[in-house]
Design a protein around this ligand. Structure first.
Ligand code: GUN
Length: 296
């Protein structure tokens, strides 16, 4: 079998085009421009690329982008003071603090200082709780984007067996919640799981979010399954010349067995930024008490 390639670039473009129309309507009808503030601490090259891409795409859909680059030596108090100013700024509807933060700063305290209404990452405990209990809340961008790809490829997924490999707060746990909300039977595998390959073979939907290059092999996959690869790993090329980016899935092997699979790059990655922009738009509506039937 040769799997259908799930095209995250194309779907993310469709979402951004839809958003651009909605943002234009919001400006005309309510004189409101959604604003997204991104805070980057330090000069990690990968984070700088993410932040630059986020800023460019924010402007492309007609939103305002506010970038705050802080030195790696910034104190936690200075960062918390900046977040307090962004919480109070009426032009800012979404706040994202790029993770990881330097060791002297507590991720937890920073995340908890962001106003839940502006927490477009969906990391604040209030949003985590709301999403887990199905009471709305802002959904984290990577699981949200992964779910859109799954729904686009499979339609109704009620009753399917879903296995999520990885239990991070950012991806694995919220992904499991979203699959459960769509009436899947969900299992979360992790480093202490006894036989991950056997468990993975029970999956109609297999989500890999572990951060281990090409860990998921072809014989871990049930023929006809849908495989979503959340991993982005930089690995040294054979021969030691330069790097390439691979996912958590051995794409070449898995594409022979699965019915559909996301590539890396060009799968989940582009969806994450599109969902960040969708969350910023939805946060703007909620902050201003504007109702809408927009869905993504
Ligand atoms: N670093 C890697 N992924 C993410 C993300 O989704 N949000 C934030 N804030 N930082 C990240």
């Amino acid at each position: 079998m040769s799997a259908k390639v799930i095209d995250g670039k194309a779907l993310s473009r469709t979402i951004r085009e839809k958003l651009a129309g909605l943002v234009e309507k919001l400006k005309q009808q309510h004189q409101i421009t959604p604003g997204l503030a991104v805070v980057l601490v330090g000069d990690d090259p990968a984070s700088e690329i993410y932040v630059r891409n986020k800023a460019r795409q924010t402007v492309e859909v007609g939103m305002q982008s506010f970038e705050h680059k802080l030195l790696p030596t910034v104190s936690q108090k200075e960062l918390l003071d900046l977040i307090a100013r962004l919480n109070a700024d009426p032009a800012v509807h979404g706040i994202l603090v790029q993770l990881p933060l330097p060791g002297h700063i507590s991720d937890k305290q920073v995340i908890e200082s962001i106003a839940p209404a502006k927490d477009v990452d969906g990391f604040h405990p209030e949003n985590v709780g709301r999403v887990a209990s199905g009471e709305g809340g802002i959904v984290p961008c990577t699981p949200m984007g992964s779910m859109m790809l799954i729904r686009d490829a499979l339609g109704d997924i009620a009753g399917m067996n879903a296995v999520v490999v990885g239990r991070s707060n950012i991806v694995g746990k919220p992904m499991a919640q979203l699959l459960l909300a769509q009436n899947c039977t969900v299992t979360v595998a992790h480093s202490r799981t006894r036989d991950i390959p056997a468990l993975a073979r029970t999956a109609d939907i297999l989500v890999a979010a572990v951060g281990r290059p090409e860990m998921i092999k072809g014989d871990w996959v049930k023929p006809g399954a849908c495989v979503i690869d959340v991993g982005i790993n930089r690995v040294l090329n054979v021969g030691g010349e330069g790097y390439r980016v691979v996912g958590d899935v051995d794409y070449r092997e898995v594409a022979e067995v699965a019915a559909c699979v996301t590539p890396v790059p060009g799968g989940v990655g582009p969806m994450t930024i599109a969902c960040l922009l969708a969350n910023t738009y939805l946060a703007t509506l909620a902050i201003h008490g504007i109702s809408s039937d927009a869905t993504f």
